[in-house]
Write a protein of this length. Structure first.
Length: 186
């Protein structure tokens, strides 16, 4: 009887994050795509503010996200759920900071073309394209995984987290790699 009361109490605390997840996913991806159609500065400055530091900040935020995700993975392997949750929330915080700086830079200064050639150019574009596709996919995946984790739907959380974690790690790592490869051309 006590377990049934406990289960009912747990279920009553659960929230339906699904509508929020899909609205956020669509809005985030739409805003990122919309930045391609905004007028931009050609010299990397707006009102005297140098925006060229923002790609470096993007890479720093991606690098910190990667480290936080590794920490989350280690903590869940040790069955430390509280620390795992804190690392994940930290990774979401860094990702939000990344989105702000990414959108600010690309809305104001546009994109930078890769200036290399040969084999390195092929590697760069492979990494970039795979990064972009998986970054779009990770938005809803990470939000669904977070929602299931917050609701303590452990089996459903684990099922999607097995896909979300490696993809998010790849996206965070390749975000840094893309910056390293293109930084000489800023």
């Amino acid at each position: 009887m006590k377990e049934a009361v406990k289960l009912k109490a747990t279920n009553s605390k659960q929230r339906n994050y699904t509508p929020l997840i899909w609205v956020l996913s669509i809005v985030i991806i739409a805003v990122i795509l919309a930045t391609n159609y905004l007028p931009r500065s050609t010299n990397g400055t707006i009102a005297g503010v140098d925006l060229t530091v923002l790609p470096l900040l993007n890479a720093v935020f991606n690098g910190i996200t990667f480290c936080l995700l590794v920490g989350a993975l280690i903590m869940i392997k040790k069955k430390n759920i509280k620390a795992h949750r804190n690392f994940i929330l930290g990774a979401f915080g860094m990702t939000m900071l990344f989105f702000v700086t990414y959108l600010t830079y690309h809305a104001m200064a546009g994109s930078t073309s890769f200036g290399g050639d040969g084999f390195l150019k092929g590697i760069y574009y492979f990494v970039l394209v795979s990064h972009i596709i998986l970054a779009a996919a990770i938005v809803p995946m990470s939000l669904i995984t977070l929602g299931r984790g917050l609701n303590m739907k452990v089996e459903k959380h684990r099922k999607i987290a097995r896909w979300t974690m490696p993809i998010w790690l790849y996206v965070a790592f390749t975000g840094v790699l893309v910056y390293v490869l293109i930084s000489p051309y800023y």
